[in-house]
Design a protein around this ligand. Structure first.
Ligand code: SF4
Ligand code: SF4
Length: 166
C-alpha cells in the first residue's frame, strides 16, 4: 500500500520538474508541420493578376463536392487573370471540406493552396461558405488590384510562360 502511494507520488513529483508541454493558445500558437493542410487561399501573381482561371478542375477533383466555380470572360479592359476566363464566383463549403488537398493537386495554375490557418469557426451554415473575396490573398506590394486594364494581347495564355508575369 505504502509502496503504491510512494510510486504515485514519485510520478507526480517527477513531472513537476519537467517543462510544461501545454501552450497558452490563442496567445501562443504552435507552428504547423511542413505538410499541414489548413484553410485554402487563392493566390495571385506578383503583378496582382489572379492565378485562378475558372477552369473548375478543383471542383471536379473534390471528393466532397465542396467547391463551386462560375467562370466569366476576361477582356483587356477588365482583366482578372491571364487567358480567356477567370472565376467570377469561387466558393468552398467548409462544412464539406475534408482537407484532402485534391483541389490543390488538380489546379493547373497553382491558384488554390491549402495554407497554415486552422482557425475556422462559424455559428451557422451560411458562414461556412467561404467566398472568393475571403479566399483571395491581398495584392502583393508593387502589384495592381483586379480588374486591370492591360495592353491588348498581353495575356493571351491561361498559363503564362513566365512564372510571375510583370
Ligand atoms: S481539400 Fe479536398 S475536400 Fe476540401 S475542397 Fe479541396 S478537394 Fe475538396
Ligand atoms: S483554383 Fe485552379 S483548378 Fe480551381 S478553378 Fe481556379 S484555376 Fe481551375
Amino acid at each position: 500500500m505504502i509502496t503504491e502511494i510512494l510510486k504515485g507520488m514519485f510520478t507526480t513529483f517527477k513531472h513537476l520538474l519537467q517543462p510544461p508541454v501545454t501552450i497558452q493558445y490563442p496567445e501562443v500558437k504552435r507552428p504547423v508541420r511542413y505538410r499541414f493542410k489548413g484553410r485554402h487561399e487563392l493566390k495571385r501573381y506578383d503583378n496582382g493578376l489572379e492565378k485562378c482561371i475558372g477552369c473548375a478542375l478543383c471542383a471536379a477533383a473534390c471528393p466532397a463536392d465542396a467547391i463551386f466555380v462560375e467562370a466569366a470572360e476576361n477582356t483587356d479592359d477588365e482583366r482578372y487573370s491571364p487567358g480567356e476566363r477567370y472565376a467570377r464566383v469561387y466558393e468552398i463549403n467548409m462544412l464539406r471540406c475534408i482537407f484532402c488537398g485534391f483541389c490543390e493537386d488538380a489546379c493547373p495554375t497553382e491558384a488554390i493552396v491549402l495554407e497554415d490557418n486552422y482557425e475556422l469557426s462559424f455559428y451557422d451554415r451560411a458562414s461556412a461558405i467561404y467566398t472568393k473575396e475571403m479566399l483571395l490573398v491581398p495584392v502583393p506590394p508593387g502589384g495592381q488590384p483586379t480588374p486591370q486594364k492591360v495592353e491588348p494581347g498581353k495575356y493571351d495564355r491561361a498559363i503564362p510562360e513566365m512564372e510571375d508575369p510583370k
